[in-house]
Design a protein around this ligand. Structure first.
Ligand SMILES: [Zn+2]
Ligand SMILES: [Zn+2]
Length: 259
C-alpha cells in the first residue's frame, strides 16, 4: 500500500475506522443496535476497548448523529474510560441528551468540537497531520418522520484524498451540491437506500461524481429482515453502467484502500 493511501475498515453498520499515515479516525463506530442493522460484534468491541492492533491509538472520534444504529452512549462511555483522543466531533445536543458520555468526553479530550451548525450550514477544521474535516448539517433521510433529527455528513481531506461520509443524509440535492463544492471525492460512503432510489443514483451521477462509491450501513448475513443484501447485489448489477465503480461493504472488518 502506498504510504499516502487511505485505508478504511468497515466495522459494523455505519462504523468506520479511517487510517492515513499515522492518523486514525473513528466514525459512528460504537453502537449495538440490533433492530434491522448490524451491531458492532462483541469481540471487535473488546479489541477496541483493549486497544489491540489497529485500535491501539484512535486520534479523532466523529459522530454523524445520535440514532441508536450510530451511537450507543454506554459503549462510548466505556471506550472513553480507557482511551483518550486528540479530538472529538459531536453534535451539540448530545451534551443534554447523554450527559455521562459528554462528561467523559470533556474529561478525556481537550479538543471537542460541539457541532452547532444551522440547517444547511457547514464548518471546517484542521485536525493536523495533513487531515482536515468539513461538517455539513443536512436533513436526515425519511422526510417528516425524521425532520427533528440533527444530522451531519463529513468530508475528510487526507493528504490529497477526499472522502465523503454521508451516513443517513436525505436525498437532498442542495446538501449534496454543497458537499460537491468542497472538492472532488475519491470515495463516497452511501447507505443502501440511497443507491436503491433513483434520486440517490441521480445525485451520484449528476452532483457528486465520485471516483468510487462504497455502500455501507449494511446488515450482516443472516440478520437482514429487509433484504438489503440481496437488493444491493441486484442494484449494483442492474445500474452498473451508470454508477461509479461500487463496492458493498457488508462484512465486519472489511478493508478498502483509497485511492
Ligand atoms: Zn439515522
Ligand atoms: Zn443509520
Amino acid at each position: 500500500m502506498d504510504k499516502n493511501s487511505v485505508r478504511i475498515t468497515s466495522l459494523a453498520n455505519a462504523g468506520l475506522l479511517v487510517q492515513y499515515r499515522d492518523v486514525t479516525l473513528m466514525v459512528d463506530a460504537l453502537q449495538n443496535e440490533t433492530l434491522y442493522y448490524a451491531p458492532l460484534p462483541e469481540r471487535i468491541f473488546d479489541e477496541m476497548l483493549r486497544g489491540d492492533g489497529m485500535f491501539n491509538k484512535v486520534d479523532h472520534v466523529l459522530y454523524t448523529h445520535g440514532h441508536p444504529d450510530h451511537f450507543t452512549a454506554a459503549m462510548n462511555c466505556s471506550w472513553l474510560a480507557r482511551h483518550s483522543a486528540a479530538s472529538l466531533t459531536v453534535p451539540k445536543h448530545f451534551a443534554a441528551d447523554y450527559p455521562d458520555f459528554c462528561r467523559n468526553a470533556v474529561r478525556k479530550c481537550d479538543d471537542v468540537w460541539w457541532l452547532d451548525l444551522p440547517p444547511g450550514g457547514q464548518g471546517q477544521k484542521s485536525l493536523g497531520d495533513g487531515v482536515s474535516l468539513t461538517a455539513f448539517r443536512t436533513p436526515h433521510m425519511g422526510g417528516k418522520r425524521f425532520a427533528d433529527a440533527v444530522h451531519y455528513c463529513f468530508r475528510l481531506d487526507l493528504g490529497g484524498t477526499g472522502v465523503l461520509i454521508t451516513a443517513d443524509c436525505e436525498y437532498d440535492r442542495e446538501s449534496y451540491g454543497r458537499m460537491a463544492a468542497a472538492g472532488p471525492a475519491d470515495a463516497v460512503f452511501i447507505n443502501p437506500l440511497f443507491l436503491h432510489k433513483d434520486e440517490g443514483r441521480a445525485i451520484l451521477s449528476d452532483i457528486l461524481k465520485p471516483a468510487r462509491a462504497f455502500v455501507y450501513h449494511m446488515p450482516f448475513d443472516g440478520a437482514d429482515p429487509n433484504g438489503y443484501r440481496r437488493m444491493m447485489a441486484r442494484d449494483v448489477e442492474r445500474y452498473r453502467a451508470n454508477l461509479p465503480p461500487t463496492v458493498v461493504l457488508q462484512e465486519a472488518m472489511r478493508q478498502v484502500t483509497i485511492p
